[in-house]
Design a protein around this ligand. Structure first.
Ligand code: G5P
Ligand code: MG
Length: 223
């Protein structure tokens, strides 16, 4: 069971906990964690061609065009041939799902359903360390010292996208784009939806699901 080459994806709106859940799965089951947002931010910092193409969309909190993100994610997957991985935030449109289909099938797709009010509140309590992409939440994972990054001691900032009006617009865009993606994976029998207001309450169910496919590396309490 442990050697199974699992290909999984975590879908969900901005702030739904994709990153938090993906990190725990990666740590608990030894999967490579590939966050599309993280890959884009790394490309932006590196000043690569993809980073330049994505900049204007990232700055406005809009979805990056399919051909840009698809090229980036698929080239990372090519580097991880033969390894089990977990995609965080990709595919987010039906075009992306179709592009992924051409290189592999997903075995497991997690979709996180979090109430809008919870997302709004969560994101308004979120602070970011822009150079590293480290994210804090004042309730869930606060920085050790208020207002500064734990590792570098540099200042944290709040993003424009995390204002309530911006969150509402992002959520609408997410739902429109994600609906056909969710339907596709449901029709294939690989979709698992989790609803709730707290990641820590959803996590045991996600852990149990992955445990049914892979041997855990460590106990869930360790995460
Ligand atoms: P990202 O980087 O994929 P988003 O906006 O989709 O960004 P984000 O913000 O990374 O999603 P998340 O990963 O779903 O959120 O959630 P998270 O970071 O784990 O949790 C959110 C916050 O809540 C954190 O502060 C966390 O600590 C806290 N939290 C978690 N659980 C709980 C809880 O139970 N309680 C509380 N109180 N707090 C909690 O994408 C960025 C941009 O890249 C582009 C787009 O422009 C996008 O806007 N992009 C793409 N464009 C096109 N196609 C794609 N596939 C793209 N992927 C990215
Ligand atoms: Mg994330």
């Amino acid at each position: 069971m442990a050697s199974r080459l699992l290909r999984a994806a975590v879908l969900g709106p901005p702030g739904s906990g994709k990153g938090t859940v993906s990190r725990r799965v990666a740590l608990g089951f030894g999967l490579q964690h590939l966050s599309s947002g993280r890959l884009l931010r790394d490309s932006l910092r590196a000043g690569s061609e993809v980073g330049d193409a994505a900049r204007q969309y990232l700055e406005k909190g809009l979805l990056v065009p399919d051909h840009v993100i698809t090229r980036l994610v698929l080239s990372e997957l090519e580097l991880r041939r033969g390894q089990p991985w977990l995609l965080d935030g990709f595919p987010r449109t039906i075009g992306q799902a179709e592009a992924l289909d051409k290189v592999c099938d997903l075995d497991l797709v997690i979709s996180l359903n979090i109430p809008f009010e919870t997302l709004k509140e969560r994101l308004s309590r979120r602070w970011l360390h822009p150079p590293s992409g480290r994210v804090y939440n004042l309730d869930f994972n606060p920085p050790l010292v208020p207002g500064v990054d734990d590792v570098t001691g540099e200042p944290l900032v709040q993003q424009e996208d995390d204002r309530p009006e911006a969150v509402a617009a992002q959520l609408r865009r997410y739902k429109d784009a994600a609906k056909p993606v969710i339907e596709l994976y449901r029709s294939r029998g690989v979709l698992h939806q989790f609803s709730g207001t707290e990641t820590n309450k959803i996590w045991p169910y996600v852990h149990a699901l992955f445990s049914s496919k892979l041997a855990p590396l460590q106990s869930k309490e360790a995460n």
